[in-house]
Ligand binder design. Sequence first.
Ligand SMILES: *[C@@H]1O[C@H](CO)[C@@H](O)[C@H](O)[C@H]1NC(C)=O
Ligand SMILES: *[C@@H]1O[C@H](CO)[C@@H](O)[C@H](O)[C@H]1NC(C)=O
Ligand SMILES: *[C@@H]1O[C@H](CO)[C@@H](O)[C@H](O)[C@H]1NC(C)=O
Ligand SMILES: *[C@@H]1O[C@H](CO)[C@@H](O)[C@H](O)[C@H]1NC(C)=O
Length: 187
Amino acid sequence: MAKQHIFLIVLFSLATMAAKSNGATPIKEFLQNIDQVKSKVTELQLYVQDIFTSPTPSNLPVAFANSTSASPTLFGLVAVLDDPIRVEPKPDAMIVGQAQGFFAFSSLEDTSFHMTFDLVFTRGRYNGSTLNVMGHNAYMQPRRELSIVGGTGAFRLARGIIGVSTVSMNATTGDAFFQYNITILHY
Ligand SMILES: *[C@@H]1O[C@H](CO)[C@@H](O)[C@H](O)[C@H]1NC(C)=O
Ligand SMILES: *[C@@H]1O[C@H](CO)[C@@H](O)[C@H](O)[C@H]1NC(C)=O
Ligand SMILES: *[C@@H]1O[C@H](CO)[C@@H](O)[C@H](O)[C@H]1NC(C)=O
Ligand SMILES: *[C@@H]1O[C@H](CO)[C@@H](O)[C@H](O)[C@H]1NC(C)=O
């Protein structure tokens, strides 16, 4: 196993200096040299903002079954999200990307989702890179885990784990902030 290096990125803005990103290397060359490249671990702590209120809700229900409205767990509801990713759990904090994809209420027993979405970075060192995320989100649990199953750009061939917790939720509107403790194993 390659020795792994830990880079703790506390403030995204500190990481904006030019660094040769894997995204700049031709794909064929990147894959040919992969055995010689040591894998590394990058940790990011970011906040995903779910907005239900007008004028621009970022989390939209798009489909449901006839029986969904009678289900205590909203079983069958499918929603699409394009949530801002911020550096702090505040509505005016810097946006460094978007969480884009969809999820389905997939349990008859409890309120939990299957999620399939991307963290699309739009600022700083990882601008243009993505992380591809999926997994089981047991929404009522204080701590959840989602899997990083891939990535692009700086995160080519990424794997990893995201620890998710709810930081705040407006009981009236449902607007919420989620803390994402993101640990990425990549090259
Ligand atoms: C869903 O409800 C509509 C309106 O009541 C009904 O016409 C339709 O047959 C129902 N579909 C199913 C799959 O039960
Ligand atoms: C992110 O990258 C895009 C495409 O290269 C560029 O247009 C944009 O200005 C960059 N954003 C920031 C904040 O650097
Ligand atoms: C995320 O990291 C913080 C420490 O920065 C910790 O307090 C919290 O429990 C972690 N959350 C999860 C879900 O792992
Ligand atoms: C929740 O949202 C409502 C409607 O926008 C707002 O009036 C209220 O202040 C919010 N509550 C909190 C605790 O932010």
